[in-house]
Design a protein around this ligand. Structure first.
Ligand code: ADP
Ligand code: MG
Length: 367
């Protein structure tokens, strides 16, 4: 029996340290496993021409979502979207999906029906079939686990580990919108629960003021909230990028730019310099950030849940990548020295730490 003082707390090891321990403890993998633990999806050889992609993600009430401001349709949509995003990050085509639920007594039949309406709407968009799952009771919290299976032509999937010094770093879409959307939702729900006296992070600005200011124009706020509640997996973009053969490494931004770039750097044994001014920020986020008392870059680097693609490609491929007509932005460069830096408009460099979401630290959904 191990003495309690010898037991290590999960918070000391962190989510990624724990995954590394699990990875090290797995038995020798079969030759058909081409990519095991450590990438967005596992890759298995199915035939000489086709690879199977497999990924799973959980959503736990109080950790990943809060039912006071998340509707069941959006929850179903998002549960599927975040899994398809991992298939997209490998450049794969999603094909099949399984869903498992742990349902507490407080959830109704109608709410579960709404959940599946949202989930199926997202799956239908991507021609992905729901083929199974599991259903259990749960004493308190709603638990959701989704598995997504996809395919890619042999050896065309893009891993996290291929980045090379001199590669340019690209992201799709805009970053930080989802995190700001979450903050607006939280401010709204606190306001509802406790009156209007709850303050945002900016001294002297009340959440009610933030909300009413942001309501003008209302669509700006709604686009941030929408990005948080109903992210769109970049499946078509990921496939186009992967099949082009231009790209060396790719990941989806689920934990925040700094953390997900860190995964690419760690697994590729490289560093990175990101030009802060080049990070794509939406007009809606610029406006919201000013009222929420944070810089837009903070949300982009640390926010997470954008589900955009982050990828690297040799400089010689920039023209070709831009010719696809996808909304992608070059934001920096992969370096030989294993450090991550941000560079501001004056050329001043600052160390960039992986500051995105890490389980076993405090949850953003815990109020
Ligand atoms: P993502 O954010 O892209 O979903 P994660 O950080 O959740 O990726 O997971 C990183 C890698 O670790 C993936 O290959 C995932 O399958 C694997 N992984 C995470 N948790 C476990 C676990 N408990 N057992 C085995 N593999 C795991
Ligand atoms: Mg991922």
């Amino acid at each position: 029996m191990v003495q309690s003082q010898e037991l290590m707390k999960l918070s000391k090891l962190g989510e990624f340290g724990l995954i590394e321990n699990i990875r090290k403890s797995t038995f020798r993998k079969s030759p058909s496993v081409l990519v095991g633990i450590g990438d967005d999806a596992a890759v298995m050889k199915m035939s000489p021409t086709a690879h199977l992609l497999a990924t799973t993600d959980m959503l736990i009430e109080g950790v990943h979502f809060d039912l006071t401001y998340t509707d069941f349709y959006s929850l179903g949509w998002k549960s599927a979207a975040i899994n398809l995003s991992d298939i997209a990050a490998m450049g794969g085509l999603p094909r099949y999906c399984l869903t498992s639920l742990g349902i507490p007594p407080s959830v109704s039949v109608e709410q579960i029906a709404d959940f599946y309406r949202g989930l199926n709407a997202l799956l239908r968009r991507h021609q992905t079939a729901l083929v199974g799952g599991d259903t259990c009771s749960s004493p308190k919290s709603l638990l959701i686990s989704v598995v997504a299976l996809g395919e890619a032509p042999a050896s065309r999937e893009i891993r996290r580990e291929g980045a090379r010094p001199g590669d340019r770093i690209f992201v799709s879409g805009t970053l930080g919108d989802s995190a700001a959307g979450l903050e607006i939702l939280k401010a709204g729900s606190r306001g509802r629960g406790q009156g209007s006296g709850v303050r945002s992070r900016e001294p002297g600005v009340r959440s009610k003021d933030v909300k009413s200011e942001l309501r003008n124009p209302k669509s700006a706020v709604d686009s941030l909230i929408q990005k948080h509640l109903r992210p769109v997996p970049r499946v078509e973009w990921g496939r186009k990028i992967a099949l082009s053969g231009c790209v060396n490494a790719m990941i989806d931004i689920s934990d925040g730019l700094s953390s997900d770039l860190f995964h690419i750097c760690e697994q590729s044994n490289v560093g990175a310099a990101v030009y802060a001014e080049k990070i794509p920020i939406s007009p809606a986020l610029r406006r919201a950030a000013a009222h929420l008392g944070q810089s837009p870059i903070h949300y982009a680097l640390s926010g997470g849940e954008d589900y955009e693609l982050l990828f690297t490609a040799p400089a010689a491929k920039i023209k070709k990548i831009l010719s696809f007509g996808l909304p992608v932005t070059e934001i920096g460069e992969i370096t030989r020295t294993r450090k991550m830096l941000t560079v501001d408009g004056m050329g001043k460099t600052t160390a960039m730490r992986p500051s995105g979401y890490n389980h076993f630290a405090r949850s953003p959904y815990t109020r």
